[in-house]
Write a protein that binds this ligand. Structure first.
Ligand SMILES: NC(=O)C1=CN([C@@H]2O[C@H](COP(=O)(O)OP(=O)(O)OC[C@H]3O[C@@H](n4cnc5c(N)ncnc54)[C@H](O)[C@@H]3O)[C@@H](O)[C@H]2O)[C@H](O)CC1
Ligand SMILES: [K+]
Length: 524
């Protein structure tokens, strides 16, 4: 699903009104009527109300007046409370306010705290609140009257329909500007907003309905797909082909360089993740001291002992790795490698020199701490990095709080600066592409927050590249499949106690489900 920023939506609005000539009042009428259609679908059992429409002073409020009028026509009991003076409401919103008044709509105006408190206190407790306070015009911290209204809505116990955006949510970044409405249903217009797809806003949205309001499809299509929400449809389109005559060589051979004393499991789960992704062959290069252990842990994957110091790989291993990567399609490096200085120096050397696509994770990422520019020295093959917020903080020198406060911007800036695919893990994992486009993953759940899940993802992404998927597509598809497997497991195991080994076993079925989804989509 294409996602738009507040700015892109405003531009669509402007083009539609000024270039195409569809009046804004028509868009507002369509928006209000579409919102009512979803209101009746979702809250029809609350008929005839009472409904309270809380309207701000802009066009979000304008949608609210159209909603109030439509509900009146349908026999609902609806009152409207405007946060501002009547004469302050102009434009298309003003037109609809006057129409609502002419039709006898119950409208009150509260322009200061005392008037608002008195008006709210006097209200018959509404069964349903329509939040038409603020939409894509939000431009500062929510305070004053609006803050009181948001608090009152959230404490009311009523069901809440948010018009376009839950008030207080930044439609572009997903940040909450001070405070925000918690909605049961958000009816958003023209396109889903980027900010509604990411946290913390995503937990304020409730059910999200995207309503078409008359923006010409040609204008929407003309917008670049800078932001995409990856759901089953988008992911299924990325599945690599599985030719019937395929053999092990068809599905690629990848090299995993991972593991250290006490962390052989990371190497094993990465290798198994690649096999479960459908890779043909997997070879694991690991420190000599854990090689016998991995020989026991791994059956299908081949293993190769590498030179080490203190239980971690040594610089001497670089020649051995070079020999091993000959004839491979991709290198996955980092899981459980440990942080010995020599190991970190080795990783930096291999990342700089490896002519294959590289998937870099965990301790491998930490080897680039303060030195991400090594990625610019690579001469072939795309690098895919899969940091969690802590690893991203070390990679960028930002704090974890700074990373989490601007996940989209931090991921995009890194990907474009270093020409890499940057997978910033977390709730709604962000995949930033080297050209600056962002993909936001819709699958997954907190069951993934347990050791080893990252190793599986690294193997999964590398395994897809081994099968011929371009690195960008492998990252997007791998993240979605990883989350889909967790969503399937949630149904059988619940969220707590799901392990990476459970996920490994679930991956083939997740891929089959997605393949079937893709076949359905292809048949239309
Ligand atoms: N194509 C579409 O999607 C259409 C959307 N419509 C609706 O229009 C709003 C956007 O309307 P706009 O007038 O630009 O802004 P808002 O109504 O969201 O905000 C009103 C006004 O509030 C002021 N403001 C900003 N931040 C704050 C704050 N923190 N506290 C108080 N006041 C604030 C600022 O002056 C804003 O201008 C969109 O969301 C849709 O609901 C059209 O109806 C149809 C086409
Ligand atoms: K709103």
């Amino acid at each position: 699903m294409k996602l738009l920023t507040a700015e892109e939506v405003r531009e669509l609005d402007r083009q539609t009104i000024e270039q195409v000539g569809i009046p804004g009042a028509v868009l507002m009428e369509n928006a209000g009527r579409q919102a009512v259609a979803h209101l009746l679908r979702r809250f029809g059992s609350l008929r005839p109300g009472p409904v309270l429409v809380l309207a701000g002073k802009g066009n979000n409020g304008g949608d609210g007046y159209v909603i109030a009028r439509c509900l009146l026509d349908l026999g609902w009991r609806v009152r409207t409370l405007v946060l501002g003076e009547r004469q302050a409401i102009g434009g298309d919103a003003g037109i609809n306010l006057e129409v609502l008044l002419k039709l006898g709509g119950a409208v009150e105006f509260a322009a200061d705290a005392a008037a608002l408190a008195e008006a709210l206190q006097r209200q018959e407790p509404p069964a349903l609140i329509v939040d038409a306070l603020l939409g894509t015009g939000l431009s500062s911290q929510v305070g004053g009257l609006y803050a009181r209204a948001v608090d009152w809505i959230n404490a009311s116990g009523a069901r809440v329909l948010a018009v376009d955006v839950p008030s207080g949510v930044d439609a572009t970044t997903g940040r909450i500007l001070g405070k925000a409405v918690r909605a049961d249903l958000t009816v958003t217009f023209a396109a889903a907003k980027v900010g509604l797809a990411v946290y913390p806003a995503a937990e304020r949205v409730g059910e999200l309905a995207v309503a078409e309001i008359g923006i010409p499809a040609a204008l929407s299509r003309a917008l670049p797909d800078r932001h995409l929400l990856v759901e089953a449809g988008e992911a299924a389109a990325l599945l690599p082909a599985r030719p019937a005559a395929g053999h092990k060589g068809t599905f690629g051979h990848l090299l995993v360089v991972a593991g250290s004393t006490g962390k052989s499991g990371a190497a094993a789960m990465t290798a198994e993740g690649a096999l479960r992704a459908g890779a043909g062959l997997v070879t694991v290069g690991c420190p000599r001291s854990i090689h016998p252990t991995l020989e026991v842990k791994l059956t299908e994957a081949m293993t190769a002992p590498l030179d080490e110091v203190d239980g971690g790989l040594s610089l001497q291993a670089q020649e051995q790795v070079r020999e091993l990567w000959a004839g491979k399609q991709v290198l996955a490096i980092g899981p459980g490698l440990g942080l010995a200085d020599e190991t970190r120096a080795l990783v930096r050397h291999l990342v700089r020199e490896c002519p294959l696509p590289v998937v870099l994770d965990a301790d491998g990422l930490n080897s680039l701490e303060g030195k991400p520019a090594i990625l610019n020295q690579r001469t072939a093959g795309t690098a895919v990095l899969t940091p969690h917020p802590g690893e991203m903080a070390r990679l960028t020198g930002l704090s974890i709080a700074e990373v989490e406060a601007d996940r989209l911007g931090v991921a995009r800036r890194f990907a474009t600066a270093y020409g890499a695919v940057l997978v910033l893990k977390g709730a709604r994992t962000v995949i930033a592409l080297p050209d600056g486009r962002l993909r936001i993953n819709a699958s997954g759940n907190p069951g993934l927050a347990t050791g080893g899940m990252g190793d599986v993802l690294t193997g999964l992404i590398a395994g897809l590249i081994a099968q011929g998927s371009p690195a960008e597509e492998a990252a997007v598809l791998g993240v979605f499949l990883h989350g889909l497997a967790a969503d399937r497991l949630r149904k059988t195991l619940g969220e707590a106690g799901m392990t990476a080994s459970d996920l490994l076993r679930e991956l083939p079925a997740a891929r089959r489900e997605l393949t079937q989804q893709g076949e359905c989509n292809a048949q239309g």
